[in-house]
Design a protein around this ligand. Structure first.
Ligand code: MTE
Ligand code: MOS
Length: 791
């Protein structure tokens, strides 16, 4: 009989496991926050009174609300026993005395039903004494309205390099924001038990911070508040900080009424009250040599922070740390500052400022390639980091060579050269429809810039029957983190997947957690889960070794069996668990992980904040209708580096979903505010799915090929895997660049196309008109309007 211990171990990581809730999702039976709320008896509903002024002092009279049948209580600033602030910066009053944006929640009405609460809110009278308001970033810049600390990433002598560079270009650009549009809007549900403990189920990416804010609003210690995040119906960064105040309202309502309170924003409330991706305003100058090598970049980035800081400063830091994307720029100065405007407070959104930083350099390369007369695919590759080079903030670019390999693999496997020739032939015969294919890379830093956040915990129980329950500090928002954690635990304990279950994320199980963000959920929590499982497995190995008559070190756990090195009959995991219990061996463990080797000076903006970089590249082919500006994505090819994938189906889903969400940001989704001086100044105009255009099935690429970069094991990361949640969003720049090249095909060669962002059909239509006019009026290539003539 063969030696059982030599049987190949089947790791559960790496198998194509379906999302652990897929069945529940597609049958509509998965429970979300508001489903739990409706299970409780006598639950009250909270409804906001929202400002109808962008900026005003308010005088509020709530008395009429109490005449509405079913209204139980109106919550106002006077009710706050602790600190009247919903954030961590002391600039975000939960019940404001001054309305800071159109839609700002001023007070909250609790009703027996949602309808009673809604009518009660409508009965509250608010008098507005209007104050001046700033709606756009240029208005804020002109008024000198900024918040937080400006930051600069700097290297070398950009002024000197720009003074001597053979080619210098400059421009002013704006890139729009983005609404998260998670399917589940913000929701919280609070109850208080007989001991006075608060239990708050919340759709939050950051249960610990939600707990802390609830505690400080209520004026109680953290150990009196438990926050649970069962699962979220999408978050995308929008639930990293924004849930806190809403959860505090629900908890405060529970305290004052002694009843359960639910708070779920309807779609319009969510759109008008919560923050979005930061729009950025960018001025830049870039220098190149004759061969197209980047010599210098000088840029000022101004983000629209909205009415309070929220995460605007770290979002800007990440933008500044990604302004290089995959490119070596010897001399850099990038200044980032946050404008203060009278709009919702902008926040984290997939990529966390990284996309806006990458936008700067990709936009520059896309604009200058035709003027330099260099093929954009060559221009980009020529400027990639070489091994041994360092980012502008001082971090060595580990595995820089991967970028070249990925690029060349994509060009070859995507059959790019032949397809570009075919597109050129098509365009030569087609006056009004043009096609183009563009490739763009991504290099994205993984870890929180803020070093302290790079730690995680887990709590793993093995029960006497051998079944396993896993708790960890990360939250599930659809990205598949729980699926990956089940795979990690099953692998570490040598169990089949079905033997392991996951419990909801709760602050009383794993404390002091970081937000599930920065794509690092699996890296951090996976390592903590693995650590807990390995402690238990080590203790069980001692017991099993005695039972099998072998050294503990020779015991193997695989497929639900525990084997020795000889020909002994295998034990089941359950037998060993039961024996360990009887021998009084601890069968549960707390796991912990901290990422080593990180350091970051947030003031000087230098250091090595990232454990590694995730790399990828995409090639996108579009077809553009010159009559309407409408674009169709004909084909997308992606090669992306996920290390050794923990869960390939999940990772493919993240790459596809991230890409499409990025294409939505860059080509479809346009937030519009009333910028006029009328009474509705500052009102969000795109406040429903009918006016805010999201990508849907019809915008999916007709052909979509996603490949993992092979043999990409990341040493020191959990089972060799890499983070995947955010980087693929930035592969969508390939779609924007393809549109730019298709627009260029309507005009003369050598002409820069300046493209609005988002490149909506309207913006593209006008860009096509400009190309056509240039073709009609110029026999020689015209110097682009926004660029300095090369010298
Ligand atoms: N995928 C889905 N389906 N839903 C989401 O809300 N959020 C994204 C990404 N993928 C998100 C998603 C964002 S912003 C981040 S930071 C990561 O998932 C967070 O999860 P991770 O760290 O486990 O990758
Ligand atoms: Mo993601 S923006 O880091 O939540």
């Amino acid at each position: 009989m063969s030696d059982l211990a030599d049987r190949p171990v089947d790791p559960i990581v790496g198998i194509r496991a379906p999302h652990e809730s897929a069945g529940l999702h597609v049958t509509g039976t998965a429970m979300y926050t508001d489903d739990l709320a409706t299970l409780a008896a006598g639950t009250l509903t909270a409804w906001p009174v929202q400002s109808t002024s962008a900026h005003a002092e308010v005088t509020i009279d709530v008395s009429r609300a109490y005449t509405v049948p079913g209204v139980v209580r109106v919550l106002t600033a006077d009710d706050v026993p602790g600190i009247n602030d919903a954030g961590t910066k002391d600039d975000e009053p939960l019940f404001p005395r001054e309305a800071m944006y159109y839609g700002h929640a001023l007070v909250w009405v609790l009703g027996e039903t949602a309808e009673a609460a809604r009518l009660g809110a409508a009965a509250v009278t608010v008098e507005y004494a209007p104050l001046p308001s700033l709606i756009t970033v240029p208005e804020a810049i002109a008024a000198g309205s900024f918040q937080g600390m400006p930051r600069t990433v700097e290297r070398g002598d950009p002024e000197g390099a720009l003074a001597t560079a053979p080619f210098v270009f400059e421009g002013v650009t704006e890139v729009g924001g983005q609404e998260h549009f998670y399917l589940e809007t913000h929701a919280s549900f609070a109850i208080r038990d007989s001991e006075g403990q608060y239990f708050v189920q919340c759709s939050t990416q950051h249960p610990t911070e939600t707990q802390e804010i609830i505690a400080h609003v209520l004026g109680v210690a953290s150990n009196e508040v438990t926050v649970q995040s069962l699962r979220m119906g999408g978050a995308f960064g929008g639930k990293e900080m924004q849930p806190h105040g809403l959860a505090a309202i629900a908890a405060l309502g529970a305290k004052l009424t002694g009843r359960a309170v639910r708070l779920r924003l309807n779609r319009t409330q969510d759109l008008t009250m919560t923050g979005k991706r930061h729009p950025f305003h960018i001025t830049w100058r870039a220098g190149f040599d004759d061969a197209g090598a980047l010599l210098a970049l000088d840029a000022t980035l101004t983000s629209d922070g909205g009415w309070c800081l929220d995460l605007s400063e770290p979002v800007m830091s990440r933008a500044l740390c990604h302004i290089d994307n995959a490119y070596w720029i010897p001399h850099v100065r990038a200044l980032g500052r946050v404008a203060k405007t009278h709009k919702t407070s902008n926040t984290a959104f997939r990529g966390f400022g990284g996309p806006q930083g990458v936008f700067v350099i990709e936009d520059i390369l896309g604009q200058v390639a035709p003027v330099l007369g260099i093929d954009p695919i060559e221009l980009r590759r020529k400027n990639f980091y070489q091994p041994g080079q360092v980012t502008p903030y001082g971090q060595p670019v580990k595995d820089a060579g991967r970028m070249h390999s990925i690029w060349d693999q994509l060009r070859h496997e995507g059959d790019i050269d032949a397809r570009r020739a075919a597109a050129a032939a098509f365009n030569a015969d087609s006056e009004h429809i043009k096609r183009a294919i563009a490739m763009t890379p991504i290099k994205f830093g993984i870890s929180f810039n803020f070093t302290a956040f790079n730690q995680a915990g887990a709590l793993v129980h093995v029960y006497k029957d051998g079944s396993v329950l896993v708790n960890h500090g990360g939250t599930e928002m659809g990205q598949g983190l729980h699926t990956k954690m089940l795979q990690v635990a099953a692998t570490a304990l040598g169990l089949p997947l079905h033997a392991v279950r996951l419990a909801p994320t709760r602050t009383d199980k794993v404390p002091n957690t970081s937000a599930t963000a920065a794509s690092s959920g699996a890296d951090l929590n996976g390592a903590a889960v693995k650590n807990a499982c390995e402690q238990i497995r080590g203790r069980m190995a001692v017991v099993a070794g005695r039972m099998l008559g072998v050294e503990a070190g020779d015991v193997r756990f695989s497929g639900g069996y525990v084997t020795g090195s000889g020909a002994q009959l295998p034990l089941t995991f359950t037998e060993v668990a039961a024996a360990a219990y009887h021998e009084r061996v601890q069968l549960f463990a707390a796991g912990y992980y901290r990422t080593e080797g990180l350091h970051w000076d947030a003031e000087r903006m230098t250091g090595s904040p990232f454990k590694y970089f995730a790399y990828g590249a995409a090639a996108t082919e579009v077809e553009l209708d010159g009559f309407t500006g409408a674009c169709r994505v004909r084909r997308v090819d992606i090669v992306h580096d996920v290390g050794d994938s923990l869960s390939p189906m999940i990772d493919i889903g993240q790459i596809e979903g991230g890409f499409v969400q990025g294409v939505g940001w860059l080509t479809l989704e346009e937030l519009r505010w009333d910028t006029g001086d009328g009474p509705n100044r500052g009102r969000l105009l795109t406040q429903s799915a009918s006016t805010y255009k999201l990508p849907s099935f019809s915008e999916m690429p007709e052909e979509f090929n996603v490949r993992f970069f092979a043999d990409a094991r990341e040493e020191g990361a959990v089972y060799g895997s890499k983070a995947v949640g955010e980087p693929p969003l930035m592969l969508a720049f390939s779609a924007r660049e393809a549109i730019r090249e298709a627009v260029a095909a309507f005009g003369p060669a050598g002409r820069t196309v300046v493209l609005g962002s988002p490149a909506t059909a309207e913006a593209v239509f006008w860009a096509v008109q400009a190309s056509r006019e240039a073709a009609a009026s110029a026999t020689t290539p015209a110097a682009p309007e926004l660029l300095d003539a090369p010298r």
